[in-house]
Design a binder for this molecule. Structure first.
Ligand SMILES: C[S@@+](CC[C@H](N)C(=O)[O-])C[C@H]1O[C@@H](n2cnc3c(N)ncnc32)[C@H](O)[C@@H]1O
Length: 718
């Protein structure tokens, strides 16, 4: 009978690892039983399961043999052996190490010790185990420490100088990063080396030995290790290595940025580190400097505190200190920093005199920023949610992550609930039902992608062509029309209500006449009543955000803003204006709060369909909103424009508002739109603000320009 090809391959893989046939057979038999002859499981990851099982059986066998030998020796030597065992117990750790060296070396372990030390890649590469690859001697295996992949030591110009370095090729494990490093170090030629005979002990056994060219040398004895090594320039580098046999076939090295973000997330969630300037690379830098500082200090007797030892601050002290630092930039009482200060029960003045307060907390690059570890009771769940949203302020509610940064001060974004789609607050009559769709709004002919020419459907006819191009941008002529209507009052068509909802909602004795509402050009997208796919080119706004955005703190007094992290072409969809859908009466009731971003949905207010205060709707993103709530206003030449979009039906009193690029926008440019507010309209329920948009169309800029030219004129006359 021809040999089973599976068995043949398994034997080959094991032989490549230096395992002989006799060792393979019984283990493979057991494994086949165990896995119900599922060869896929056994063959996975180059027969890892089989190799592991063989190593385990070797270990069991070795320890049983050892026990047997001890038993025999005890019987033969009687009381003499008792004495010997006593000695052995006293030297237990030494004996254990020797026993470990007596054990047959696992081929995997050996592979790892060769040159690359890359366990996972070595395991997946059968050639590394073949006789042609360079063998180490038994002596090498016993005494030579493994050279972990060597990373160049940091230099002044090294952009990676602060980076946490992960040894390439070592598998990853989530073993906790704990170290009780007690290595005795001495300084030689400006770098740290271990004193002869001293052993750096970690919770996980590791040896660090003196090695040339400032390389880090460490043996991996099982789990993860943490080691530090210094450069001739006095810099300290941290090296992490991970347990060999873990990670599986999915093992891949995360980028430094991913690692940093993940760590910052952990710090925020688990340790509740409040300072938004907290950075993992800076934190690692601090570990390295503290290490260097402690390691280069003269040893003191155990009961004597070394001079200049960095003072250890209690959590409460840290809280006061950091709250004080944060308070120096806090403006609003709503600010988390202010809350932290209040909870520390200290006046800012007292705290400013506190020894530990840092003056430069805003821009202390390279400085260690005081971390605030706040007991859970001191911040609300809402506040904590906002703090922990650094990497994604949307909490996964959009198809893209939107991070926030504050490079200006220590403020964090205001607490609000992120919603990707607008929601009715209470009374607004918004019905999305198929039954409400009129017969002429049903499109029976659309199929696949409505924008492909062969698919011309009745949606296209109804709109005299689609508003989008095949690239998902707005049609240029349509966009230009919208822009010029918005900019040029002459081109605006106003509609007047007979009884204006805004005026009715004011509840004043005399009803004022309608001031007029702009008739708007609209986009109509395909919806559930259409037969096309979700990828149809006439579905843009409903498919949500697809660009890289970032919330950031503006540097000229406009609070938070939104910017794009990528270049955007003219006509690109950015995001929808989403928030709570309110009736006008509800909005007026709220107006005592001076809302930050209410938007009227008044494009059809002149029509008969929209009459009465419950039909006239608006959006408010103050408490519930999407990313648009961070977009600041710009007079006249904003780079975004809002356009009404009908998605669910052509119901005139509710529609979506899509924000589109009015021109090409560079990466890192702030996104702005013209709120269309009259700054002298005191009835409009938005928080009045002194406009700092800087646009040449801004009344404030015009006023300043006028003043300047007047002054210049006056001085030229003198
Ligand atoms: C929709 S929010 C925009 C995000 C806001 N900057 C924040 O920090 O949350 C509107 C508020 O931002 C501020 N704002 C927007 N545009 C501004 C501008 N051009 N100048 C000054 N403040 C502005 C005003 O306080 C306004 O009430």
């Amino acid at each position: 009978m021809a040999p089973n090809p599976h068995i043949k391959k398994a034997y080959k893989a094991m032989k490549d690892l230096g395992i002989n046939d006799a060792q393979i057979k019984p283990v493979l038999k057991n494994l086949l039983n165990l896995y119900d002859k599922n060869w896929d499981l056994i063959a996975d990851d180059n027969y890892r399961a089989l190799a592991d099982a063989i190593f385990d059986s070797q270990e069991t066998q070795a320890s049983e043999e050892k026990k047997g030998k001890e038993k025999k020796a005890d019987e033969a030597e009687g009381s003499a052996a008792e004495v010997e065992r006593g000695k052995r117990k006293a030297n237990e750790s030494v004996d254990d190490d020797e026993d470990a060296l007596d054990e047959p070396e696992r081929p995997l372990k050996r592979l790892r010790r060769r040159g690359e030390a890359g366990s996972a890649s070595a395991f997946n590469n059968p050639n590394l185990g073949s006789p042609s690859s360079k063998e180490t001697t038994a002596h090498d295996q016993e005494t030579t420490p493994v050279l972990l992949p060597v990373h160049p030591l940091p230099t002044e110009n090294d952009p990676d100088a602060d980076a946490l370095i992960m040894p390439k090729g070592e598998p990853f494990t989530d073993i906790p990063f704990t170290s009780t490093h007690q290595a005795e170090m001495e300084e030689t030629n400006g770098h740290l080396e271990q004193r002869d005979g001293a052993v750096a002990t970690h919770t996980i056994p590791t040896t660090i030995e003196r090695s040339s060219e400032h390389k880090l040398a460490a043996t991996i004895e099982g789990s993860s290790t943490l080691a530090l090594v210094s450069s001739p320039a006095g810099k300290v580098k941290i090296n992490l290595s991970f347990a060999p046999a873990t990670g599986g076939s999915n093992l891949h090295a995360p980028s430094m940025d991913q690692l940093r973000r993940a760590m910052e997330d952990v710090c925020l969630r688990q340790y509740k580190i409040l300072d938004p300037n907290f950075s993992v690379s800076r934190f690692l830098n601090d570990i390295a400097s503290s290490y260097l500082e402690l390691a280069t200090k003269e040893e003191k007797p155990a009961n004597q505190l070394p001079e200049n030892l960095p003072s250890v601050t209690t959590n409460a002290d840290v809280l006061k200190k950091s709250a004080a630092a944060m308070a120096s930039t806090a403006e609003g009482s709503n600010d988390l920093a202010t809350k932290a200060r209040n909870s520390a029960n200290q006046s800012p003045e007292n705290m400013q005199t506190h020894d530990h307060v840092r003056e430069d907390e805003n821009n202390g690059v390279g400085e260690s920023v005081g971390l605030v570890v706040v007991p859970e009771c001191q911040i609300s769940a809402d506040e904590f949610r906002v703090i922990s949203s650094v990497s994604d302020i949307t909490f996964g509610k959009e198809t893209v992550e939107i991070p926030w940064v504050n490079e200006v001060n220590s403020k964090v974004p205001p607490p609000f609930r992120y919603i990707a789609q607008s929601l009715v607050h209470l009374d607004a009559e918004v019905k999305f039902s198929l039954g409400n769709i009129k017969a002429d709004e049903h499109c029976s002919s659309c199929c696949g992608d409505c924008l492909s020419p062969s698919m011309a459907c009745s949606c296209a006819t109804a709109l005299s062509g689609f508003r989008y191009t095949k690239d998902g941008l707005l049609q240029q002529d349509f966009l230009e029309d919208c822009i010029s209507e918005a900019h040029d009052p002459q081109k605006r068509v106003l509609q007047y209500c007979q009884e204006c909802p805004s005026e009715i909602a004011k509840n004043e004795e005399t009803l004022e006449a309608c001031k007029g509402h702009r008739k708007r050009k609209v986009i109509r997208e395909c919806w559930s009543n259409c037969g096309c796919t979700q990828k149809c080119g006439n579905r843009v706004v409903q498919n949500g955000i697809h660009i890289k955005l970032q919330v950031f703190f503006t540097s000229n007094g406009r609070g938070w803003g939104l910017r794009t992290l990528e270049k955007l072409p003219k006509g690109a969809f950015v995001c929808e204006l989403a928030g709570e859908i309110l009736t006008i009466s509800e909005l007026v009731q709220r107006s005592s709060e001076k809302l930050t971003s209410p938007v009227m949905l008044d494009a059809h207010w002149g029509s008969e369909e929209v009459s009465g205060v419950n039909k006239a709707l608006c959006l408010d993103g103050t408490h519930y909103g999407n990313i648009s709530r961070f977009i600041n206003h710009r007079c006249g030449d904003a780079n975004l424009i809002e356009i009404p979009v009908h998605v669910e039906n052509m119901d005139l009193h509710y529609y979506h508002l899509g924000l589109f690029a009015t021109r090409d926008i560079e990466a890192m440019e702030e996104l702005t739109w013209d709120y269309g507010v009259e700054f002298n309209d005191h009835v409009y329920p938005t928080r009045p603000f002194h406009c700092r948009c800087g646009s040449e169309f801004c009344p404030n800029v015009k006023r300043i320009k006028k003043k300047k030219s007047k002054k210049r004129h006056e001085s030229s006359q003198c």
